[in-house]
Design a protein around this ligand. Structure first.
Ligand SMILES: [Zn+2]
Length: 161
C-alpha cells in the first residue's frame, strides 16, 4: 500500500489505495470558501457620493472612502475630498503621493458620466486601497457599484445609521 505523503498537509487524512490516494477530509480552512468581501456604507455616504457625482457632471468626480476593515467587511462611514484632484469627462484622479499615510483610507469612489459603472483598464491600473466604488449616470443608488483590485464585483450594503 502506497501513501502519498507529499500530498499530506497537517490535518489532512487520506486513504491510500493501490490506485492512488483518495481524499477523505479536507482541513477546515479548505472546506469552507473564504467569505466574500463585502462593502458596507452608510446611507449618508451613498447620498454624498450621489450629490458629488451630480455636482461634477459632465466631468468625473473622485472621493476617498474612509472607514475601517473588519474581517471580510469594508465599512465606509466617511468621505474625503482628495487634494489636488483633477477632473475631466473621461478621467479623474489625484496624486496618491500627496496623501498622508492613513489606515482609515479604504479606497476611492469616482463617477462615470457615461452609462457604465464598470471599471476601465485605467481604473484597475490606478487602483488605490481595498475597494473601488463607481457610480454612473444618472447617479442613483442603483448605479453605484464596487470592485476589488481584480475588477470583481464587491456586493454593497447600504445601512441606515
Ligand atoms: Zn473610471
Amino acid at each position: 500500500m502506497q501513501y502519498c505523503l507529499h500530498l499530506l498537509p497537517v490535518n489532512l487524512k487520506i486513504k491510500g489505495t493501490s490506485r492512488g490516494c483518495v481524499l477523505l477530509f479536507r482541513s477546515r480552512n479548505d472546506s469552507k470558501q473564504a467569505p466574500r468581501r463585502e462593502l458596507v456604507m452608510t446611507r449618508q455616504v451613498a447620498n454624498s457620493i450621489i450629490t458629488f457625482a451630480k455636482t461634477w457632471h459632465p466631468n468625473e468626480g473622485i472621493l476617498i472612502l474612509q472607514g475601517k476593515k473588519k474581517r471580510h467587511q469594508i465599512i465606509v462611514d466617511g468621505l474625503v475630498i482628495p487634494p489636488f484632484s483633477s477632473h475631466g469627462p473621461y478621467y479623474s484622479g489625484f496624486p496618491v503621493y500627496e496623501l498622508p499615510f492613513d489606515l482609515s483610507y479604504m479606497g476611492t469612489a469616482h463617477s462615470h458620466p457615461g452609462g457604465s459603472n464598470k471599471p476601465s483598464p485605467e481604473d484597475l491600473n490606478n487602483f488605490y486601497g481595498f475597494v473601488s466604488v463607481i457610480i454612473s449616470y444618472p447617479y442613483e443608488e442603483e448605479t453605484i457599484a464596487a470592485y476589488d483590485r481584480n475588477g470583481s464585483d464587491v456586493p454593497i450594503t447600504i445601512v441606515d445609521q
